[in-house]
Design a protein around this ligand. Sequence first.
Ligand SMILES: [Zn+2]
Length: 131
Amino acid sequence: MKLKFWSVVVSRLPANAMALYPFMLFKSKSLKSDDLIINHEKIHFKQQQELLILPFYILYLLQYLVNRLKYKNHQQAYLNICFEQEAYTNDRNMDYLHGRKPYAWIHFLKGRPIGSRLDNKSNGKLDQFRK
Ligand SMILES: [Zn+2]
């Protein structure tokens, strides 16, 4: 499955990359060829498509705000958004989108699965931030 998108470099982006379907924004030109980041953002594209774009952003923001109250910490609030959990858990699997079931992010509403990449970081920090 070929997922088409336009790459745009936005040097002031608050993250390394961001998916705003059909645009994939990158903080720098070199990140445009980072397969891990591209795979992560493509997972967000699928989530955005199946939620018809706008509801994705509403749910994303609502979940962030609820998490912000729960964790009182930006990073934990961000990493515990179900869309991010699906993306971070699966972005190293370059074939993930081929076998992905629709609305797979729903399973992450209950919390991250055991063995998730996020669990391997003791302080919840990741080497690269993707939105
Ligand atoms: Zn993300």
